[in-house]
Design a protein around this ligand. Structure first.
Ligand SMILES: [Zn+2]
Ligand SMILES: [Zn+2]
Length: 310
């Protein structure tokens, strides 16, 4: 089942002719979740063949223009397209008033329900959960309140080994219990542990989006063992003072967080327009964390579980 992220925008506040402002399109089992919505996001969605009709929720990390200015245009387009399905937006509270004013002025009547969920930036918490997905918010450290997100697949029930069913003639009622984690006692009184009877076909996968933030040690704990970590790397290490002053991170710091978190893979982005070529940032990060890749418009990163390697 698909679990992948397509980069729609990899620039920081100043877009270039090659880079759009921040936006990621996350495909979870063919459901679409948008993370940040910089200017031009709707065009990027079209260009990279992300279906508008599958969009369920939008997560806005913070209220700097490069992360949010595409939202009004996107909602207007969804309305023109005749959307009727509800849309949920997670963002910091002040956006709600701004959004309502804009929508009333430019659109008038929306044909679909827009649900606004204000983010609480005090601590890491679950903000959404359904049968297949959990989304957590994580407080970041930026010039204004900024929030990261972790998307986690829920574990599927384990599969039962067919040869074990035959070997111990396991009745149907017991198969259900075994799938829920029970051991099995065979007809001759033998105790068979659950781990001998079952296997996990696809371990749950996870993706963390760490938007604008300066480096802080606790972040690694909050994204511990994530499979794909996206982390901003606005600057190189030579501009670490500027990174600190502006509430951003360097490529080295993004790599440190990935390493401390034991992430499987790191994607860096939110590049300053001064970097025409991002290789310098990727190479810097790879000195610390070899599995580092640059976000680039249109790239799709498939998220794979680290536990597949075990
Ligand atoms: Zn930004
Ligand atoms: Zn920002």
């Amino acid at each position: 089942m698909t679990f992948s992220v397509t980069i729609l925008g990899s620039s920081s506040a100043l877009p270039t002719s090659q880079r759009f402002p921040a936006a990621h399109a996350l495909n979870v089992h063919e459901r679409l979740f948008l993370v940040d919505c910089g200017e031009g996001t709707q065009i990027q969605l079209r260009k990279y063949k992300q279906k508008f009709s599958r969009l369920e929720q939008i997560f806005i990390s913070h209220l700097h223009g490069d992360h949010v200015l595409g939202l009004f245009g996107l909602i207007s387009t969804l309305n023109l397209l005749g959307r009727t399905a509800p849309l949920t937006i997670y963002a910091h509270a002040p956006l709600q008033t701004i959004l309502n004013q804009n929508l009333q002025f430019f659109i008038g009547d929306l044909h679909f329900q827009l649900e606004f969920v204000p983010l609480d930036n005090k601590e890491k918490k679950i903000i959404f959960e359904d049968k297949s997905l959990i989304v957590e918010s994580i407080p970041l450290k930026h010039r204004i309140p900024s929030t990261g997100f972790i998307f986690r697949e829920k574990p599927k029930q384990p599969n039962i080994r067919k040869e074990m069913i035959e070997k111990y003639t396991i009745p149907l009622a017991d198969i259900v219990k075994i799938k829920e984690g029970a051991d099995f006692i065979s007809a001759d009184g033998q105790h068979i542990p659950n781990s001998d009877l079952t296997f996990i076909s696809s371990p749950p996968r996870s993706y963390a989006y760490c938007s604008d933030t300066k480096y802080f040690e606790k972040l690694a704990d909050m994204v511990k063992d994530v499979d794909l970590l996206y982390h901003e790397a606005t600057f190189g290490n030579d501009l670490s003072q500027m990174a600190r002053d502006t509430g951003h991170s360097t490529a080295t710091q993004a790599a440190q967080t990935a390493q401390q978190a034991n992430a499987r893979k790191l994607v860096i982005g939110h590049f300053s327009s001064r970097y025409k070529d991002t290789d310098v940032l990727v190479n810097e990060a790879r000195q610390i964390f070899s599995e580092t890749y640059a976000a680039q418009e249109g790239y799709e990163f498939k998220i794979e579980s680290q536990r597949m390697d075990l």
